[in-house]
Unconditional design. Structure first.
Length: 200
């Protein structure tokens, strides 16, 4: 946990890595677009590469918000967040719907994306995630069959100092308590047989 007034080195590292990767991916995308404009160069191969570059770009933008630095007073554009979510979840085993408010503090955006990553782990065979921000409150819901939340990971929200051993794919659970503190929000988690509901 980062002490108040001290920089979050992990978040700064995440911001730096994502920042440095976005530029070359953008250049690759521009190069592919130029190749596609040349006669005889358009085809399924270029389309496949272009789609992969777009997916990688969106995922890095997602990670930049989720794992990067979030300063007090910094805002995230609802359009940018909607674009990232829409691109990351346009295909695949999980469908995501969202209703975003007009004003989104960067700390809220960071917390929401970490929560989305947590919910993904509970949907091994896919499902649906909804994200709604309204009247200053956030709600997320995940539904799927089977639903497979791991209690030892979700318990970290209440007792982060008693964290279990985690893998790289589970790092979002370890980051959640500090992200919630920075956003000034208390998380509530409710489990049912086929859904997880989060409110803050």
């Amino acid at each position: 946990m980062t002490a108040p007034g001290r920089p979050d080195l992990l978040a700064l590292l995440g911001s730096r890595i994502c920042h440095d990767l976005i530029s070359p991916l953008g250049a690759i995308g521009n190069g592919l677009e130029l190749l596609g404009m040349q006669a005889g160069r358009a085809g399924t191969e270029l389309a496949l590469i272009s789609d992969s570059v777009a997916d990688a770009n969106a995922r890095i933008r997602f990670f930049r918000i989720a794992f990067g630095a979030a300063s007090a007073g910094q805002m995230t554009s609802p359009g940018d967040l909607a674009d990232v979510l829409g691109t990351c979840f346009r295909t695949g085993r999980i469908a995501l719907t969202h209703q975003l408010p007009e004003h989104i503090p960067r700390t809220d955006a960071k917390l929401m994306l970490l929560l989305v990553l947590c919910l993904e782990t509970a949907l091994p065979r896919g499902g649906e995630i909804s994200l709604t921000g309204r009247n200053g409150a956030w709600r997320l819901r995940a539904e799927g069959a089977p639903l497979n939340p791991q209690p030892c990971l979700w318990d970290m929200l209440n007792a982060p100092t008693r964290a279990p051993e985690i893998t790289a794919a589970e790092i979002q659970f370890a980051l959640l308590p500090e992200a919630a503190r920075q956003a000034g929000r208390a998380l509530r988690v409710d489990f049912t047989d086929n859904a997880i509901e989060l409110a803050c």
